[in-house]
Design a protein around this ligand. Structure first.
Ligand SMILES: *[C@@H]1O[C@H](CO)[C@@H](O)[C@H](O)[C@H]1NC(C)=O
Ligand SMILES: *[C@@H]1O[C@H](CO)[C@@H](O)[C@H](O)[C@H]1NC(C)=O
Ligand SMILES: *[C@@H]1O[C@H](CO)[C@@H](O)[C@H](O)[C@H]1NC(C)=O
Ligand SMILES: *[C@@H]1O[C@H](CO)[C@@H](O)[C@H](O)[C@H]1NC(C)=O
Length: 516
């Protein structure tokens, strides 16, 4: 056990240094005895609409930016695939709920497809067939006491709105919050946890700054920052609508989910660079919502304003939030929804100058990243194995934002497939243990979500990266789901509320044994 954490920056840095030492000496040993979870701690798994549903043009659904991208750009997806059918959850939702029961989940996190519910993108026309699909799924879950946690927006923007600029158009604040209001009205009597938006940094940076996600706009240092501003205001508007008009009757919670990788350093001189890398990569969204002052992180405002001036811009490329906007955004999340996968080391020295396109977020930040030795386990390098990074990230969130209640809304590991996924088992055990370390030191973490319940369309990686506890046979029209070893390990954790490092499943037959 580590000494009890003191709420100061110095102790955080001390832990970061310890992290480096521990990771490097590869003697990282967590407590190996069985570890209990706090009473009331909850477990789930997650998916997203475009990644599992399929039925891309069925029953009145219209085109999303992912339909458009996969159908028009043959080089955009690593294996040339798309989500036209994906795991076919649109038709196989009963099997999906069966898997939730096999795993004994407390909840399941899934997302709503905007163009399935609103085919015109606007609330003038509601697609009853789409609504019926989500009602069927939710009702089937509730029948077995599995709580729905619903993401309103998980990346599948109506293509029509993209033609009008998508998240770079300030009118998205209305378009998105109108959609959110429709969702509250349609499902709010049954759904008590809403996630407004999944992973803003990936939406804006990867989609508007780079060519890693739809719409692959590639206007870095400009469109990504416009997207960030509009997205924060859209999220906040949905929060206020729920808080004022729906919460009094529906009594639920609403929050945002951020993906935060942890940026650390091997050499003390890069301490500030690491702090700023965390600011640029995810605190751009958490600071405006969870900090005492609100607004974008000071380090970002300063660096982008200086660079912009040097480059001949008349104002900072990072839009200024006025005092009303800052107040409107601050405090608009009932939980800190956290997705986390791995960590980076950073450095910043002369060799970084000129490394990046100008202007760009990378150039504004001015740090280079790399992976530590021994961080890669398994065949895939889509995720690295750095459990300590998760612990330091959770500690940083506790210290920076006065210990907000955290729901881990995604964590997981990619393989190339196969049922014997020992690397994934290792990953889950160590990451869950790192989370328990943070909890032991006072972090208010209330839930853990494995990404993903089943293999699915992994965005630009297509079907080459497999994240599922269940394997999906994408060559079969039935999209047969088969539990991997990790499914049995996770089931045991959920059933016993305990992390047992040595548990080996006796049989590889999945049965439903939740008491209902
Ligand atoms: C197609 O995808 C690639 C990424 O693989 C991207 O660089 C390119 O800009 C895209 N083309 C269009 C027209 O969006
Ligand atoms: C900058 O740091 C990197 C990583 O430590 C190192 O490889 C490189 O040689 C350094 N370059 C300069 C110019 O200091
Ligand atoms: C995996 O890492 C290798 C070497 O660092 C790199 O060349 C390759 O592009 C990476 N693959 C993926 C899928 O990120
Ligand atoms: C698909 O499911 C049907 C109905 O359950 C079954 O008859 C068929 O053999 C299955 N096909 C494959 C390829 O698994």
């Amino acid at each position: 056990m580590r000494p009890v954490e003191m709420c100061s920056h110095t102790s955080l840095l001390l832990f970061v240094i310890l992290n480096v030492v521990l990771v490097n000496s590869s003697k990282y040993q967590n407590q190996r005895s069985p570890r209990k979870f706090p009473v009331g701690f909850r477990f789930g798994t997650a998916t997203a609409a475009y990644q599992v549903e399929g039925a891309w043009n069925e029953d009145g659904k219209t085109e999303s930016i992912w339909d458009y991208l996969t159908h028009t750009n043959s080089s955009a997806i690593r294996d040339g695939s798309n989500g036209d059918i994906a795991a076919d959850s649109y038709h196989l939702y009963k099997r999906d709920v069966e898997m939730m029961r096999e795993l004994g989940l407390d909840y399941y996190r899934f997302s709503l497809s905007w163009p399935r519910i609103l085919p015109t993108a606007f609330p003038d026309k509601i697609n009853e067939a789409g609504v019926k699909y989500y009602n069927n799924l939710i009702d089937e879950m509730l029948k077995y006491n599995i709580e729905p946690i619903v993401t309103i927006y998980h990346w599948d923007l109506p293509q029509k709105l993209q033609k009008m600029g998508g998240w770079s158009n300030p009118y998205i604040i209305d378009w998105y919050s109108d959609f959110a209001r429709v969702c509250f009205k349609l499902f709010g009597h049954k759904v008590k946890k809403w996630i407004t938006i999944n992973e803003p940094a990936q939406i804006c940076d990867f989609g508007y700054g780079r060519d890693l996600l739809a719409p692959m706009l590639q206007i870095p240092g400009v469109a990504d920052y416009l997207c960030a501003r509009n997205l924060l205001l859209a999220h906040a508007k949905a929060y206020h609508i729920y808080d004022k008009e729906f919460r009094p009757k529906q009594n639920g919670a609403i929050f945002i989910t951020l993906s935060a990788q942890f940026y650390s350093y091997e050499f003390g001189k890069y301490k500030e660079a690491a702090l700023e890398a965390n600011d640029f990569n995810w605190a751009i969204y958490s600071y405006p919502i969870f900090s005492k002052t609100g607004d974008f992180p000071p380090s970002m405002k300063k660096r982008v304003a200086r660079k912009s001036a040097e480059q001949g811009f008349f104002r900072s490329r990072l839009p200024e939030l006025n005092p009303e906007e800052i107040a409107f955004i601050k405090g608009t999340s009932d939980y800190f929804g956290l997705n986390h996968y791995f960590s980076f080391y950073v450095y910043r020295n002369d060799s970084v100058n000129g490394m990046f396109e100008t202007p760009s977020t990378d150039d504004d930040l001015g740090v280079a990243t790399y992976f530590g030795e021994g961080w890669q386990i398994g065949e895939s390098n889509a995720t690295m194995f750095v459990p300590k990074g998760f612990y330091y990230l959770l500690t940083k969130i506790r210290n920076d934002y006065n210990n907000p209640p955290v729901l881990v809304t995604e964590n997981g590991f990619a393989t190339r497939g196969g049922l014997r996924d020992d690397d994934r088992v290792t990953y889950y055990r160590y990451y869950i243990s790192a989370m328990l370390d943070a909890i032991a030191e006072g972090s208010d973490i209330r839930a853990y979500t494995a990404w993903s319940m089943m293999d699915n369309f992994e965005w630009a990686a297509g079907y080459t990266e497999r994240f599922g506890l269940y394997e999906v046979d994408f060559s079969s029209p039935n999209r047969t789901r088969t539990p991997r070893k990790s499914a049995f390990i996770y089931k045991q954790i959920v059933r016993t509320r305990e992390l047992d490092w040595d548990y080996e499943p006796e049989s590889y037959v999945m049965t439903i044994d939740k008491g209902h």
